[in-house]
Design a protein around this ligand. Structure first.
Ligand SMILES: [Fe+2]
Length: 422
Protein backbone atom coordinates (compact mmCIF):
# COMPACT_ATOMS: atom_id res chain seq x y z
CA UNK A 1 0.00 0.00 0.00
CA UNK A 2 1.39 3.39 -0.89
CA UNK A 3 2.53 5.46 2.06
CA UNK A 4 -0.02 8.26 1.43
CA UNK A 5 -2.97 5.92 1.49
CA UNK A 6 -1.71 4.29 4.68
CA UNK A 7 -1.42 7.71 6.29
CA UNK A 8 -5.00 8.60 5.28
CA UNK A 9 -6.34 5.31 6.67
CA UNK A 10 -4.46 5.83 9.91
CA UNK A 11 -5.69 9.41 10.24
CA UNK A 12 -9.28 8.34 9.59
CA UNK A 13 -8.93 5.60 12.22
CA UNK A 14 -7.63 8.11 14.76
CA UNK A 15 -10.54 10.48 13.97
CA UNK A 16 -13.08 7.66 14.24
CA UNK A 17 -11.51 6.54 17.49
CA UNK A 18 -11.66 10.10 18.84
CA UNK A 19 -15.32 10.43 17.77
CA UNK A 20 -16.11 7.12 19.43
CA UNK A 21 -14.38 8.23 22.64
CA UNK A 22 -16.32 11.53 22.57
CA UNK A 23 -19.56 9.61 22.03
CA UNK A 24 -18.74 7.31 24.95
CA UNK A 25 -17.93 10.26 27.18
CA UNK A 26 -21.19 11.99 26.19
CA UNK A 27 -23.18 8.83 26.93
CA UNK A 28 -21.42 8.42 30.22
CA UNK A 29 -22.22 12.03 31.14
CA UNK A 30 -25.82 11.44 30.10
CA UNK A 31 -25.98 8.27 32.17
CA UNK A 32 -24.49 10.07 35.14
CA UNK A 33 -27.09 12.79 34.71
CA UNK A 34 -29.84 10.17 34.54
CA UNK A 35 -28.50 8.44 37.65
CA UNK A 36 -28.35 11.76 39.41
CA UNK A 37 -31.92 12.59 38.35
CA UNK A 38 -33.13 9.21 39.48
CA UNK A 39 -31.38 9.69 42.81
CA UNK A 40 -33.03 13.08 43.23
CA UNK A 41 -36.41 11.65 42.24
CA UNK A 42 -35.94 8.79 44.69
CA UNK A 43 -35.10 11.28 47.46
CA UNK A 44 -38.18 13.32 46.57
CA UNK A 45 -40.35 10.22 46.61
CA UNK A 46 -38.79 9.08 49.86
CA UNK A 47 -39.57 12.40 51.55
CA UNK A 48 -43.06 12.35 49.97
CA UNK A 49 -43.66 8.85 51.32
CA UNK A 50 -42.34 9.94 54.73
CA UNK A 51 -44.74 12.90 54.70
CA UNK A 52 -47.62 10.64 53.70
CA UNK A 53 -46.63 8.19 56.43
CA UNK A 54 -46.65 11.04 58.95
CA UNK A 55 -50.04 12.21 57.75
CA UNK A 56 -51.42 8.68 57.90
CA UNK A 57 -50.07 8.26 61.44
CA UNK A 58 -51.73 11.51 62.53
CA UNK A 59 -55.04 10.61 60.92
CA UNK A 60 -54.91 7.24 62.66
CA UNK A 61 -54.37 9.03 65.96
CA UNK A 62 -57.41 11.17 65.14
CA UNK A 63 -59.44 8.02 64.67
CA UNK A 64 -58.16 6.62 67.95
CA UNK A 65 -59.40 9.73 69.69
CA UNK A 66 -62.87 8.89 68.45
CA UNK A 67 -63.08 12.20 66.60
CA UNK A 68 -66.39 11.34 65.00
CA UNK A 69 -67.88 10.53 68.37
CA UNK A 70 -68.06 12.27 71.70
CA UNK A 71 -65.01 10.98 73.57
CA UNK A 72 -63.32 14.34 73.19
CA UNK A 73 -65.80 16.95 74.38
CA UNK A 74 -63.39 19.67 75.41
CA UNK A 75 -63.20 21.89 72.36
CA UNK A 76 -60.19 23.90 73.51
CA UNK A 77 -58.08 20.83 74.26
CA UNK A 78 -59.05 19.22 70.98
CA UNK A 79 -58.04 22.37 69.07
CA UNK A 80 -54.68 22.36 70.91
CA UNK A 81 -54.22 18.80 69.70
CA UNK A 82 -54.93 19.84 66.11
CA UNK A 83 -52.33 22.63 66.34
CA UNK A 84 -49.82 20.17 67.83
CA UNK A 85 -50.49 17.69 65.00
CA UNK A 86 -50.21 20.41 62.33
CA UNK A 87 -46.93 21.83 63.61
CA UNK A 88 -45.58 18.29 64.04
CA UNK A 89 -46.64 17.26 60.54
CA UNK A 90 -45.10 20.27 58.83
CA UNK A 91 -42.21 20.64 61.27
CA UNK A 92 -43.01 24.25 62.13
CA UNK A 93 -42.37 26.43 65.15
CA UNK A 94 -45.70 28.19 64.95
CA UNK A 95 -49.31 27.32 64.33
CA UNK A 96 -52.75 28.49 65.33
CA UNK A 97 -56.36 27.47 65.01
CA UNK A 98 -58.99 30.18 64.75
CA UNK A 99 -62.75 29.65 64.95
CA UNK A 100 -65.54 32.00 63.91
CA UNK A 101 -67.35 33.13 67.05
CA UNK A 102 -71.08 32.97 66.47
CA UNK A 103 -71.92 36.03 68.58
CA UNK A 104 -69.52 38.42 66.82
CA UNK A 105 -68.85 36.62 63.50
CA UNK A 106 -65.15 37.27 64.15
CA UNK A 107 -62.23 34.87 63.96
CA UNK A 108 -60.63 34.21 67.34
CA UNK A 109 -57.59 32.10 68.23
CA UNK A 110 -58.73 29.02 70.16
CA UNK A 111 -55.35 27.25 70.28
CA UNK A 112 -51.81 28.19 69.29
CA UNK A 113 -48.19 27.16 69.47
CA UNK A 114 -45.28 29.58 69.38
CA UNK A 115 -47.45 32.70 69.84
CA UNK A 116 -47.44 34.93 72.91
CA UNK A 117 -50.42 34.83 75.29
CA UNK A 118 -51.07 38.46 74.46
CA UNK A 119 -51.43 37.71 70.73
CA UNK A 120 -53.64 34.69 71.47
CA UNK A 121 -55.89 36.67 73.82
CA UNK A 122 -56.26 39.80 71.74
CA UNK A 123 -56.38 38.65 68.12
CA UNK A 124 -59.82 39.20 66.59
CA UNK A 125 -60.29 39.31 62.84
CA UNK A 126 -63.27 40.23 60.74
CA UNK A 127 -64.17 37.89 57.92
CA UNK A 128 -62.30 39.15 54.85
CA UNK A 129 -59.63 40.92 56.93
CA UNK A 130 -55.98 39.82 56.65
CA UNK A 131 -54.96 36.42 55.37
CA UNK A 132 -56.97 34.36 57.86
CA UNK A 133 -60.07 36.48 57.24
CA UNK A 134 -59.61 36.11 53.51
CA UNK A 135 -59.33 32.32 53.74
CA UNK A 136 -62.44 32.27 55.93
CA UNK A 137 -64.31 34.40 53.40
CA UNK A 138 -63.26 32.56 50.25
CA UNK A 139 -63.07 29.06 51.73
CA UNK A 140 -59.84 28.35 49.82
CA UNK A 141 -56.35 27.76 51.23
CA UNK A 142 -53.65 30.38 50.83
CA UNK A 143 -50.05 29.31 50.50
CA UNK A 144 -47.32 31.89 50.26
CA UNK A 145 -43.61 31.28 49.82
CA UNK A 146 -42.61 34.82 50.69
CA UNK A 147 -45.18 37.35 51.75
CA UNK A 148 -42.82 40.27 51.09
CA UNK A 149 -42.57 39.34 47.41
CA UNK A 150 -46.10 38.05 46.82
CA UNK A 151 -48.15 40.62 44.90
CA UNK A 152 -51.37 39.28 46.39
CA UNK A 153 -50.37 40.62 49.81
CA UNK A 154 -48.61 43.85 48.97
CA UNK A 155 -51.37 45.79 50.71
CA UNK A 156 -50.60 43.95 53.91
CA UNK A 157 -46.82 43.93 53.62
CA UNK A 158 -46.48 46.27 56.59
CA UNK A 159 -48.39 43.93 58.83
CA UNK A 160 -46.33 41.90 61.25
CA UNK A 161 -46.23 38.29 60.17
CA UNK A 162 -44.46 35.63 62.15
CA UNK A 163 -42.52 34.47 59.11
CA UNK A 164 -42.44 35.13 55.39
CA UNK A 165 -43.60 31.69 54.34
CA UNK A 166 -46.92 30.41 55.61
CA UNK A 167 -50.01 28.32 54.87
CA UNK A 168 -53.58 29.01 55.93
CA UNK A 169 -56.31 26.46 55.19
CA UNK A 170 -60.04 26.80 55.82
CA UNK A 171 -61.85 24.53 58.28
CA UNK A 172 -64.94 23.66 56.28
CA UNK A 173 -67.96 21.50 56.99
CA UNK A 174 -70.43 21.03 54.13
CA UNK A 175 -69.07 24.10 52.32
CA UNK A 176 -69.51 26.25 55.46
CA UNK A 177 -66.31 27.74 56.88
CA UNK A 178 -66.13 27.43 60.67
CA UNK A 179 -62.53 28.61 61.09
CA UNK A 180 -58.97 28.46 59.74
CA UNK A 181 -55.75 26.60 60.49
CA UNK A 182 -52.44 28.49 60.15
CA UNK A 183 -48.83 27.28 60.17
CA UNK A 184 -45.60 29.21 59.64
CA UNK A 185 -41.86 29.19 60.38
CA UNK A 186 -40.51 25.84 59.29
CA UNK A 187 -37.83 24.66 61.72
CA UNK A 188 -35.49 23.89 58.81
CA UNK A 189 -35.84 27.46 57.54
CA UNK A 190 -37.17 26.08 54.23
CA UNK A 191 -40.17 27.55 52.46
CA UNK A 192 -43.45 25.68 52.30
CA UNK A 193 -44.50 24.03 49.06
CA UNK A 194 -47.73 22.88 47.41
CA UNK A 195 -47.38 19.45 48.97
CA UNK A 196 -47.30 20.94 52.47
CA UNK A 197 -50.49 22.81 51.64
CA UNK A 198 -52.23 19.65 50.42
CA UNK A 199 -51.31 17.78 53.60
CA UNK A 200 -52.47 20.59 55.88
CA UNK A 201 -55.72 20.73 53.88
CA UNK A 202 -56.36 17.03 54.52
CA UNK A 203 -55.70 17.52 58.23
CA UNK A 204 -57.91 20.63 58.25
CA UNK A 205 -60.81 18.78 56.60
CA UNK A 206 -60.67 16.02 59.22
CA UNK A 207 -60.33 18.53 62.06
CA UNK A 208 -63.30 20.59 60.86
CA UNK A 209 -65.67 17.60 61.00
CA UNK A 210 -64.48 16.73 64.52
CA UNK A 211 -64.80 20.35 65.74
CA UNK A 212 -68.32 20.60 64.32
CA UNK A 213 -69.25 17.37 66.14
CA UNK A 214 -67.87 18.66 69.43
CA UNK A 215 -69.72 21.97 69.03
CA UNK A 216 -72.99 20.17 68.32
CA UNK A 217 -72.44 17.91 71.32
CA UNK A 218 -71.70 20.90 73.56
CA UNK A 219 -74.84 22.71 72.33
CA UNK A 220 -76.89 19.64 73.15
CA UNK A 221 -75.23 19.39 76.56
CA UNK A 222 -75.97 23.03 77.30
CA UNK A 223 -79.59 22.52 76.34
CA UNK A 224 -79.92 19.48 78.63
CA UNK A 225 -78.22 21.23 81.53
CA UNK A 226 -80.35 24.33 81.02
CA UNK A 227 -83.47 22.17 81.27
CA UNK A 228 -82.20 20.40 84.38
CA UNK A 229 -81.22 23.68 86.00
CA UNK A 230 -84.71 25.04 85.36
CA UNK A 231 -86.12 21.95 87.05
CA UNK A 232 -83.74 22.41 90.01
CA UNK A 233 -84.81 26.04 90.35
CA UNK A 234 -88.42 24.93 90.24
CA UNK A 235 -87.72 22.69 93.26
CA UNK A 236 -86.09 25.61 95.09
CA UNK A 237 -89.15 27.71 94.29
CA UNK A 238 -91.48 24.99 95.65
CA UNK A 239 -89.94 25.49 99.06
CA UNK A 240 -89.42 29.20 99.76
CA UNK A 241 -87.34 28.36 102.84
CA UNK A 242 -84.76 26.52 100.78
CA UNK A 243 -84.55 29.12 98.03
CA UNK A 244 -80.95 29.45 96.86
CA UNK A 245 -80.03 26.23 98.73
CA UNK A 246 -78.67 24.37 95.69
CA UNK A 247 -76.56 27.33 94.54
CA UNK A 248 -74.98 27.68 97.99
CA UNK A 249 -74.33 23.92 98.22
CA UNK A 250 -72.66 24.07 94.80
CA UNK A 251 -70.41 26.94 95.96
CA UNK A 252 -69.29 25.02 99.05
CA UNK A 253 -68.83 21.76 97.13
CA UNK A 254 -66.69 23.34 94.39
CA UNK A 255 -64.48 25.05 96.99
CA UNK A 256 -63.97 21.79 98.89
CA UNK A 257 -63.23 19.82 95.71
CA UNK A 258 -60.65 22.40 94.61
CA UNK A 259 -59.08 22.45 98.07
CA UNK A 260 -58.72 18.67 97.83
CA UNK A 261 -56.97 19.11 94.46
CA UNK A 262 -59.45 16.92 92.63
CA UNK A 263 -59.18 16.82 88.81
CA UNK A 264 -60.92 19.63 86.95
CA UNK A 265 -63.43 17.30 85.27
CA UNK A 266 -64.46 15.83 88.62
CA UNK A 267 -64.84 19.33 90.12
CA UNK A 268 -67.18 20.18 87.26
CA UNK A 269 -69.22 16.99 87.78
CA UNK A 270 -69.43 17.74 91.51
CA UNK A 271 -70.75 21.20 90.67
CA UNK A 272 -73.39 19.78 88.32
CA UNK A 273 -74.36 17.21 90.93
CA UNK A 274 -74.61 19.88 93.65
CA UNK A 275 -76.89 22.04 91.53
CA UNK A 276 -79.28 19.17 90.87
CA UNK A 277 -78.68 16.92 93.89
CA UNK A 278 -82.27 17.21 95.11
CA UNK A 279 -83.90 16.98 91.69
CA UNK A 280 -85.60 13.77 92.85
CA UNK A 281 -87.76 15.85 95.20
CA UNK A 282 -89.80 16.64 92.13
CA UNK A 283 -91.35 13.21 92.68
CA UNK A 284 -92.23 13.89 96.35
CA UNK A 285 -95.59 15.32 97.37
CA UNK A 286 -95.62 19.01 98.37
CA UNK A 287 -97.54 18.17 101.54
CA UNK A 288 -94.60 16.04 102.72
CA UNK A 289 -91.84 18.19 101.30
CA UNK A 290 -93.11 21.43 102.80
CA UNK A 291 -94.64 20.10 106.02
CA UNK A 292 -94.24 22.86 108.62
CA UNK A 293 -93.58 20.31 111.40
CA UNK A 294 -91.44 17.30 112.17
CA UNK A 295 -91.93 14.45 109.69
CA UNK A 296 -93.49 11.11 110.70
CA UNK A 297 -91.41 7.95 110.11
CA UNK A 298 -93.47 7.12 107.00
CA UNK A 299 -93.02 10.63 105.63
CA UNK A 300 -89.32 10.46 106.31
CA UNK A 301 -89.15 7.17 104.38
CA UNK A 302 -90.89 8.88 101.45
CA UNK A 303 -88.43 11.77 101.48
CA UNK A 304 -85.54 9.29 101.55
CA UNK A 305 -86.51 8.10 98.08
CA UNK A 306 -85.47 11.38 96.43
CA UNK A 307 -81.82 10.38 95.65
CA UNK A 308 -83.03 7.27 93.78
CA UNK A 309 -85.67 9.28 91.86
CA UNK A 310 -82.98 11.85 91.00
CA UNK A 311 -80.59 9.18 89.77
CA UNK A 312 -83.34 7.72 87.53
CA UNK A 313 -83.95 11.14 86.00
CA UNK A 314 -80.26 11.76 85.27
CA UNK A 315 -78.89 8.31 84.37
CA UNK A 316 -80.30 8.18 80.80
CA UNK A 317 -78.53 11.45 79.92
CA UNK A 318 -75.19 10.32 78.48
CA UNK A 319 -72.98 13.18 79.66
CA UNK A 320 -74.46 13.01 83.18
CA UNK A 321 -73.44 9.37 83.58
CA UNK A 322 -70.78 10.34 86.12
CA UNK A 323 -73.03 12.87 87.85
CA UNK A 324 -75.93 10.48 88.54
CA UNK A 325 -74.03 8.37 91.16
CA UNK A 326 -73.12 11.51 93.13
CA UNK A 327 -76.80 12.40 93.31
CA UNK A 328 -77.72 8.81 94.25
CA UNK A 329 -75.24 8.68 97.14
CA UNK A 330 -75.37 12.23 98.50
CA UNK A 331 -77.05 11.02 101.73
CA UNK A 332 -74.63 8.16 102.41
CA UNK A 333 -72.62 8.47 105.64
CA UNK A 334 -68.92 7.74 106.00
CA UNK A 335 -69.63 5.13 108.71
CA UNK A 336 -72.27 3.34 106.60
CA UNK A 337 -75.32 4.65 108.49
CA UNK A 338 -76.74 6.78 105.69
CA UNK A 339 -78.98 5.95 102.74
CA UNK A 340 -79.57 4.79 99.83
CA UNK A 341 -77.43 1.69 100.05
CA UNK A 342 -75.55 2.08 103.32
CA UNK A 343 -72.18 2.42 101.58
CA UNK A 344 -69.25 3.33 103.82
CA UNK A 345 -65.85 5.05 103.56
CA UNK A 346 -64.18 4.91 100.17
CA UNK A 347 -67.14 2.95 98.75
CA UNK A 348 -68.94 6.27 98.58
CA UNK A 349 -67.74 8.35 95.60
CA UNK A 350 -65.63 11.27 96.85
CA UNK A 351 -67.98 13.71 95.09
CA UNK A 352 -70.93 12.32 97.06
CA UNK A 353 -68.94 12.62 100.33
CA UNK A 354 -68.28 16.27 99.52
CA UNK A 355 -71.93 16.88 98.62
CA UNK A 356 -73.07 15.38 101.91
CA UNK A 357 -70.88 17.75 103.93
CA UNK A 358 -71.76 20.83 101.85
CA UNK A 359 -75.48 19.99 101.83
CA UNK A 360 -75.55 19.33 105.60
CA UNK A 361 -73.66 22.54 106.49
CA UNK A 362 -75.97 24.60 104.26
CA UNK A 363 -79.05 22.95 105.78
CA UNK A 364 -77.74 23.53 109.33
CA UNK A 365 -77.10 27.23 108.79
CA UNK A 366 -80.37 27.96 106.91
CA UNK A 367 -83.62 28.97 108.54
CA UNK A 368 -86.37 26.35 108.18
CA UNK A 369 -90.11 26.55 108.90
CA UNK A 370 -89.63 24.49 112.05
CA UNK A 371 -86.17 25.67 113.12
CA UNK A 372 -83.88 28.66 113.01
CA UNK A 373 -80.52 28.18 111.33
CA UNK A 374 -77.44 27.52 113.46
CA UNK A 375 -74.63 30.03 113.78
CA UNK A 376 -71.54 29.39 111.69
CA UNK A 377 -69.54 28.50 114.84
CA UNK A 378 -72.13 25.95 115.99
CA UNK A 379 -72.34 24.38 112.54
CA UNK A 380 -68.54 24.10 112.43
CA UNK A 381 -68.68 22.27 115.79
CA UNK A 382 -71.23 19.86 114.26
CA UNK A 383 -68.95 19.21 111.28
CA UNK A 384 -66.07 18.45 113.65
CA UNK A 385 -68.25 16.23 115.87
CA UNK A 386 -69.45 14.15 112.94
CA UNK A 387 -66.09 13.95 111.18
CA UNK A 388 -65.35 10.21 110.85
CA UNK A 389 -68.98 9.19 111.48
CA UNK A 390 -71.27 11.02 109.05
CA UNK A 391 -68.52 12.89 107.24
CA UNK A 392 -65.24 11.96 105.55
CA UNK A 393 -62.45 13.50 107.74
CA UNK A 394 -60.48 14.53 104.63
CA UNK A 395 -63.52 16.41 103.31
CA UNK A 396 -64.10 18.09 106.67
CA UNK A 397 -60.45 19.16 106.96
CA UNK A 398 -60.69 20.86 103.56
CA UNK A 399 -64.08 22.38 104.42
CA UNK A 400 -62.86 23.76 107.76
CA UNK A 401 -59.89 25.39 106.02
CA UNK A 402 -62.27 27.09 103.61
CA UNK A 403 -64.70 28.20 106.33
CA UNK A 404 -61.78 29.62 108.30
CA UNK A 405 -60.48 31.52 105.28
CA UNK A 406 -63.92 32.83 104.31
CA UNK A 407 -67.47 31.66 103.84
CA UNK A 408 -67.91 31.07 100.10
CA UNK A 409 -71.66 31.60 100.30
CA UNK A 410 -71.21 35.12 101.67
CA UNK A 411 -69.62 36.24 98.41
CA UNK A 412 -72.35 35.28 95.99
CA UNK A 413 -70.86 37.34 93.14
CA UNK A 414 -67.97 34.90 92.93
CA UNK A 415 -70.26 31.89 92.78
CA UNK A 416 -70.15 29.96 89.55
CA UNK A 417 -73.45 29.31 87.86
CA UNK A 418 -74.11 26.20 85.83
CA UNK A 419 -74.05 28.14 82.58
CA UNK A 420 -70.77 29.86 83.42
CA UNK A 421 -69.24 26.48 84.21
CA UNK A 422 -70.02 25.31 80.68
FE1 LIG B 1 -81.01 15.53 99.39
Amino acid sequence: MPYNILLIVLSLSVVLLFVAILQLMREKRHNLYLIDSLKRERERNRSYIEDLDNLLALLTRFQELGMAHTKVDDLENFCKLIVDYSTELLNTKMGSLMLIKKATNELEIVAARGLSDDVVDHTHMNIGEGISGRVAQEGKPIFCENIERDVRFMRHSKEKYASNSFITVPLKVKQKVIGVLNVNSKKTGRKFNQRDMRMLSILGDQAAVAIENIQLYNDLKEMYLGTIQTLAQAIDEKDPYSKGHTKRVAEYAVQIAKKMNLPQKLVRNIEYAALIHDIGKIGIKDSVLNKPARLSDAEYETIKKHPRIGERILAPVEFLTNVAPLVLYHHEHYDGNGYMEGLKGEEIPVGARILNAADSYEAMTSNRPYSKGMSKEKAIEELKDKSGSQFDPAVINAFLDILEENDPSEDTDNGTTLNEAL
